[in-house]
Write a protein that binds this ligand. Structure first.
Ligand SMILES: *[C@@H]1O[C@H](CO)[C@@H](O)[C@H](O)[C@H]1NC(C)=O
Ligand SMILES: *[C@@H]1O[C@H](CO)[C@@H](O)[C@H](O)[C@H]1NC(C)=O
Ligand SMILES: *[C@@H]1O[C@H](CO)[C@@H](O)[C@H](O)[C@H]1NC(C)=O
Length: 448
């Protein structure tokens, strides 16, 4: 048994050792079920090791590589829904990472506790060698550590390891009813008009916050993000995954030597759920070209109130995706607004025809979840949860998805006219114009 005090570590005398063995045994029996990780105490650490009081280098990036270059840490979250654990959201190589340890440093005396992580690689890896993973570590029962370091070994020098702040330690009051999680912005994204329209629709429908995992975007898009950050709506999480791994733009492994699918989308979504677990009543998981669009209710709040009343045990609500091809325009010039034509991107108000359901093809769904009921999420469903998941009827709402068509050759007559979006035209027009003016986008675009 190793004790680390303010400036040094020492090995405790045998009687203390026996006491700790008994105590550890008791903790194991009383706190943890069969499959939860064990607390393991470090044995051989050099006794002359000096230790800063809970030192270690603070981690600075959202995605931090460990020394093995096979493990990438996104963020640790306190999770006491089942037992007192730290859940570290990360990315691991599914075969090559076999053992990881959480190093907790307890205040005020700087005592270090090490526990072995249960490495839970999410089942939706789609054959890529790297996947989203939860590293589940039992916390010391005697303290509530603020930081954790992750290491491949149960011994070493904690000062050399980056330390990560454990979030969600103190539940905070809700600061949002609805938070939209957008994963991930990449490829020098420049669909500015559609981005602003989606943002304004989210706000009209009830969002107070939109979290964007940003890999890359255009300079014009940067200025739009800056506008929304200043407004207090957007939170940008840097997503430098391309500095660490070869990403694929596909969701399924094309066996092309890439490491992870779709810019690590699944990991970003899981981080977003935990990041907003105690800040937001609901979290929406969709892409920026998608809007969960109610058909009966005016907004998400009234819709979710009704859905929850009818389904009290449900924490995950799934909305069927429908493609509104951005190649098919309304017949009339309605909503062809001349000042908007100067702004790069799609004007969704001009696309109100959706593809009919394809025979024998599964229509994916996007989600509104109670984040506190979610354990592990994928893109179109939640993999592990408390309570039920419900496929919401198309009569209640659909996921409006304005993009290139799945089936470009389908004649327009086979498309279904669906102008639900137009119900919001008045406020959408006013709000988009306000943003284009206030953000200076129009001025930039109309510059000679
Ligand atoms: C990890 O990557 C860094 C830089 O990319 C390299 O210097 C280091 O040798 C690598 N370590 C291992 C264990 O592969
Ligand atoms: C919109 O109007 C402009 C002229 O202001 C025209 O050039 C363009 O073709 C129109 N687009 C559509 C889709 O009707
Ligand atoms: C635009 O919205 C208003 C209500 O705000 C509605 O009366 C009008 O019909 C809508 N326009 C179209 C073309 O649907």
């Amino acid at each position: 048994m190793l004790y680390c005090g303010k400036k040094s570590c020492f090995v405790a005398v045998p009687s203390v050792f026996m006491f700790v063995i008994l105590l550890t045994h008791y903790w194991k029996r009383s706190m943890f079920q069969n499959d939860t990780p064990r607390i393991i105490y470090v044995e051989p650490v050099p006794t002359d090791q000096t230790l800063e009081l809970c030192g270690g280098k603070p981690a600075s990036n959202t995605i931090a590589a460990l020394e093995d270059n096979r493990t990438f840490i996104v963020a640790p979250y306190f999770d006491n829904r089942e037992s007192k654990i730290t859940r570290v959201i990360g990315i691991v190589h599914h075969e090559e990472v076999t053992a990881l340890y959480c190093w907790f440093c307890c205040q005020p005396d700087g005592e270090v506790h090490v526990s072995r992580a249960d490495i839970d690689v999410h089942s939706d890896r789609f054959d890529f060698p790297y996947g989203a993973a939860d590293l589940l570590c039992a916390e010391p029962p005697t303290c509530d550590p603020s930081y954790v370091s992750i290491h491949s070994f149960p011994n070493g020098n904690i000062e050399q390891l980056p330390r990560f702040e454990i979030k969600n330690r103190k539940p905070e009051p809700f600061s949002a009813d609805f938070t939209v999680c957008i994963s991930t912005m990449f490829g020098n994204y420049n669909n500015v008009l559609q981005f602003i329209q989606s943002m304004e629709m989210y706000k009209i429908l009830g969002a107070q916050r939109v979290v964007i995992y940003k890999n890359s975007c255009s300079p014009l898009m940067e200025s739009v993000l800056a506008f929304y950050i200043a407004e207090g709506t957007v939170e940008v999480v840097p997503w430098p995954i391309t500095s660490h791994l070869k990403v694929s733009p596909h969701w399924r492994f094309p066996k092309d030597g890439t490491h992870i699918g779709y810019y690590g989308q699944i990991t970003a979504l899981n981080d977003c759920v935990y990041r907003n677990m105690y800040r937001s009543r609901f979290v929406l998981l969709n892409d920026i070209d998608e809007i969960i669009l109610p058909a009966k209710h005016p907004d998400w709040k009234t819709m979710m109130r009704s859905l929850q009343e009818q389904n009290p045990e449900t924490g995950v609500f799934l909305f069927e995706n429908h493609i509104f091809p951005n190649t098919v325009f309304t017949a009339t010039a309605v909503f062809n607004i001349s000042s908007w034509n100067a702004v790069p991107g799609v004007n969704i108000l001009q696309h109100i025809h959706r593809e009919a359901n394809r025979k024998d093809r599964y229509n994916p769904r996007k989600m509104i979840v109670d984040p506190r009921k979610v354990i592990q999420t994928s893109v179109h469903s939640v993999l592990k949860m408390y309570g039920n998941s419900l496929a919401v009827s198309n009569n209640i709402a659909i996921t409006f998805h304005c993009r290139e068509p799945y089936e470009p050759d389908v004649p327009k007559v086979t498309l279904i006219r669906d102008a639900t979006l137009w119900r919001y035209n008045a406020s959408l027009l006013i709000n988009v114009n306000k943003v284009l003016h206030k953000s200076g986008i129009l001025k930039t675009m109309l510059k000679p």
